[in-house]
Design a protein around this ligand. Structure first.
Ligand SMILES: [Zn+2]
Length: 151
């Protein structure tokens, strides 16, 4: 199945902004739960997770495995449930880094925020395709009828 777009409410995006701001200057992370439809994935739940990377948390993130497990269980209980990974890049663009490429698995959905000391400045959605490349997805924020990060 090809996912073309991630959809979220402005409130959910605010929750992600908050996670990125609070974690700054380290990378913040979370797991989102959504439901896949034919041409889009709707996001509805944010599970904030501690960044438990043992070193260099300004450039690396490891999602608390307990939160990841809880998210996977919750997604399985739902019809067409999926999980989406969120993390922030302090003072760096909202683009996948080399370590993001090595840590991701094909088909996984990612949201990456660029955050500075003034807050989140960009947010972009990606899917890792079968050839190991990140492809940018459209991100539609529902209650503002705006679309961010169109590829
Ligand atoms: Zn990253």
């Amino acid at each position: 199945m090809v996912v073309h777009e991630l959809r979220a409410s402005a409130k959910l995006i605010q929750e992600l902004d908050e996670i990125a701001r609070v974690a700054y200057p380290e990378e913040g992370c979370a797991v989102l739960i959504g439901h896949a439809k034919r041409d889009a994935t709707g996001l509805d739940t944010v599970l904030p997770a501690r960044n438990v990377a043992p070193v260099n948390r300004r450039r690396r993130f490891t999602i608390d495995p307990q939160v990841l497990l809880a998210a996977q269980k919750a997604a399985r209980r739902r019809e067409n449930g999926v999980i989406v990974f969120f993390h922030s890049h302090p003072d760096h663009p909202a683009e996948p880094s080399r370590s993001d490429r090595s840590a991701a698995w094909p088909g996984a959905l990612h949201l990456i925020a660029s955050v500075t000391d003034r807050g989140v400045v960009d947010l972009a959605a990606y899917v890792l395709d079968a050839s190991g490349r990140f492809r940018q997805l459209a991100l539609a924020v529902a209650d503002r009828s705006e679309t961010r990060g169109i590829a």
